[in-house]
Every structure is written in structure tokens, then in C-alpha cells.
Ligand binder design. Structure first.
Ligand code: NAP
Ligand code: 12T
Length: 345
């Protein structure tokens, strides 16, 4: 197989580091690996296997000779540089929210709608982490019984908000243990003025508030699900919440389906589904938790049970490593799919 020249924009970040790791783990056919970040990181050397690669400042002319560029440096960097990467001949797989709702940009979860990726015009968008985790779990149920209604609440890890948020929780732990006061500077949203501690706390705000009292993260779960399932008639309502967990998002998901699904049927559909691992045995206190999912590829599903008040209602609990399946792994699976279809390089 021909080796591909790969660029990672945001290579020094939480998602960027995971992209580097997974490209090696899965033996993605990499020729040159070009690591790009902000000017602050230019010159920094990063160990990649037995090599050391010098990080370069991302710029419009950093994409010469690149076949595939993974972007995870925030929406404004993607808006500025993804079109430049495409001009240079690269296929862009973008982890930010910059292009997800653009009708000319496919929004892809490989377990759900892989073929959509083939219609790209240079850019393919990776969905939001909470959306990916939810849809890997819901797709087998949707295909079998048509999901009509979703009520979801998330329990999101601090690493979802980047390295600085993860460092903030760890610093609050150290400060607490040392009996020191600490100051919150990052969560819930770094760019806003008001910050709250996350240690011993739960913050019902992920991303900024948008229309109708919902946050952008909540809107992403609604709109991205409609786009990926190709059905905007599904009634979805979300509450996205930050919890003091380092890694892996958890979600309490309630669905109503057109056709009635028994718990046994749902469990069997989920057991067969790609990318899903059922972890569900209340008698053994077996259910997935963030510590189980961290570093793993699967979306774990447990607590599968009927709504005892509504005929076609089911409850589930899904947990997934949002830096892997919610971001880096999903992006690399998209590139692998293009490769397998002869549509890359
Ligand atoms: P992060 O840990 O804060 O890393 C941000 C990265 O972007 C760093 O490599 C940083 O480089 C780079 N960067 C910042 N400003 C830049 C600029 N002007 N030009 C070039 N590079 C720049 O953030 P992250 O968690 O990896 O997230 C990155 C993106 O992925 C965000 O858009 C986020 O919404 C999305 N995402 C994150 C997750 C997640 O679970 N963390 C999941 C899905 C999607 P320096 O080191 O030089 O500052
Ligand atoms: N604000 O990729 O703060 O749209 O956890 C992912 C995670 C945006 C995104 C977060 C965010 C995204 C967060």
C-alpha cells in the first residue's frame, strides 16, 4: 500500500496526541508525519515511535505534499486553514465544529454512515464527541425499530475541554490536598469571564449558551444526530453536564421507538453492533464507568431497561473515551474507510 503524507494540526493538544498514538497503534500507512500547532509550540520535539519530529507553526503553506490532514486546533484555525489544505490537495478530516452543519460537508460516524464520506469535496467533519458516543449506541436500535424521541443527559469529562481543563482539575486536587485555596480559570468555558471550580462539583454548562436556554453542546447533539441519521423528525432534547472525571464521557439516554423493542432484543442488537460492548449485569453490579472506558475503542452500554410507564420507552447508559472514539479514533476510522474504498492518496 502506498504510504500517505499526514498532517496533524493541533498535534500538541489532547486530541492531537491521541491521533499520533492511534496512527501508530493501527499501523496507518504514514509516509511523512507533519506535526503542526501554534507558533508557541514551533520547534518543540515530539517522540513518535523511535523518531523525533519537530513541531512546526501551522500556516497556509504547511500543507504542500500532504494527502490527509487531521484538524483539532479549534474552529477558527479550521476555518482559516482547512480550505488551504484542500487547495494543496489534501483531504481534511476536521474535529472541530467549524464545518459540521455545512450541507456540502459530510458528517461521519463510520459505524453509522460511512458512505457519506465518499461524497466529500475536500473536507469531512468528525461529529461532536457526545454525539458520536450516543449514535454508536443508538444506531443498531434505530435501524431495527426507528428512534422517534431521545432524552439525553451527559456526564462529560474535563479533558473534553482540552489539556488546560484537565490540568485545572488536577491542580484543584493538589490544592485541596495541600489545604490551599485554588482559583478556577478554565471551566466551564475558558473564553468567558466567569469560572467555577470543578472539583467536588457538577457544572450544567458545556460550551456557551445559544438559543432558547440551551448550550451549543446541546444543540450539537440535536442537529448532528438529525444530519447523521438523515432524519430531522426525531425529537431530541439534551442536557450536557461537566463532571470531575478526567477522561470518558457518560450519557444517560432515554429513547422511544416506533416499534416496541424488548430489553432482550435491544441487548442482542447491541451485542452484535460494531463498536459497541455491552456491559450489563445488575446482579453482578456490572455497568460501564469512565474508568472502564478510558483508553478503549468501544462505546460501552449498560443499564438497559424498560421505561415502566411508557410502552415503547427504553433507558440506557453509554460510556466512551471521548478523546478516542469521540475524536481521534473516529477521524482515523474515516481515513481508513476512504483508503479501503480506494478514495485516498
Ligand atoms: P487542546 O488540548 O487545548 O489542544 C489545542 C491544540 O490546538 C494544541 O495543539 C494547540 O497548539 C493548537 N492550537 C491552538 N491555537 C492554535 C493556532 N492559532 N494555530 C495552530 N494551532 C493552534 O484541545 P483539544 O481538546 O485537543 O481540542 C482541539 C479541538 O478538537 C477543539 O476544536 C475541540 O472542540 C475538538 N474536540 C475535542 C475533543 C476532546 O475530547 N478533547 C473531542 C472532540 C473534538 P499549542 O500547543 O501550540 O497551543
Ligand atoms: N466545547 O468538538 O467543551 O464541538 O467539552 C467538544 C468538546 C466542543 C466540539 C467541550 C466543546 C467540542 C467541547
Amino acid at each position: 500500500m502506498k504510504a500517505l503524507n499526514v498532517a496533524i494540526v493541533g498535534a500538541t493538544g489532547a486530541v492531537g496526541e491521541e491521533l499520533i498514538k492511534i496512527l501508530q497503534e493501527r499501523r496507518f500507512p504514514v509516509g511523512e508525519l507533519r506535526l503542526l500547532a501554534s507558533r508557541r509550540s514551533a520547534g518543540r520535539r515530539v517522540k513518535v515511535g523511535s523518531d523525533e519530529i519537530e513541531v512546526q507553526a501551522a500556516s497556509a503553506d504547511a500543507f504542500r505534499g500532504i494527502d490527509v490532514a487531521f484538524f483539532s486546533a479549534g474552529g477558527s484555525v479550521s476555518k482559516a486553514l482547512a480550505p488551504e489544505a484542500v487547495k494543496a490537495g489534501a483531504v481534511v478530516i476536521d474535529n472541530t465544529s467549524a464545518f459540521r452543519m455545512d450541507p456540502s460537508v459530510p458528517l461521519v460516524v463510520p459505524e453509522v454512515n460511512p458512505q457519506a464520506a465518499l461524497k466529500h469535496q475536500g473536507i469531512i467533519a468528525n461529529p461532536n464527541c457526545s454525539t458520536i458516543i450516543m449514535l454508536v449506541a443508538l444506531n443498531p436500535l434505530h435501524q431495527a425499530a426507528r428512534v422517534r424521541r431521545v432524552v439525553v443527559s451527559t456526564y462529560q469529562a474535563v479533558s473534553g475541554a482540552g489539556m488546560k481543563a484537565m490540568e485545572e482539575l488536577l491542580q484543584q486536587v493538589r490544592d485541596y490536598a495541600a489545604g490551599r485555596q485554588s482559583e478556577a480559570r478554565v471551566l466551564p468555558v475558558a473564553a468567558l469571564d466567569r469560572h467555577y471550580p470543578i472539583l467536588f462539583n457538577v457544572i450544567p454548562q458545556v460550551d456557551v449558551f445559544d438559543e432558547a436556554g440551551y448550550t451549543r453542546e446541546e444543540w450539537k447533539m440535536v442537529r448532528e444526530t438529525h444530519k447523521i441519521f438523515g432524519d430531522s423528525t426525531i425529537g431530541i432534547t439534551a442536557t450536557t453536564v461537566r463532571v470531575p472525571v478526567l477522561r470518558s464521557h457518560a450519557e444517560s439516554i432515554y429513547i422511544e421507538t416506533e416499534r416496541r423493542l424488548t430489553v432482550e432484543e435491544a441487548r442482542s442488537l447491541l451485542s452484535e453492533a460494531p463498536g459497541v460492548a455491552v456491559m450489563d449485569d445488575p446482579a453482578q453490579q456490572l455497568y460501564p464507568m469512565p474508568l472502564d472506558a478510558a483508553g478503549r475503542d468501544e462505546v460501552f452500554v449498560g443499564r438497559i431497561r424498560p421505561d415502566l410507564a411508557v410502552e415503547n420507552g427504553l433507558n440506557l447508559w453509554a460510556v466512551g473515551d471521548q478523546i478516542r472514539k469521540g475524536a481521534a479514533l473516529n477521524a482515523i476510522q474515516i481515513a481508513e474507510y476512504l483508503l479501503s474504498e480506494g478514495a485516498l492518496g
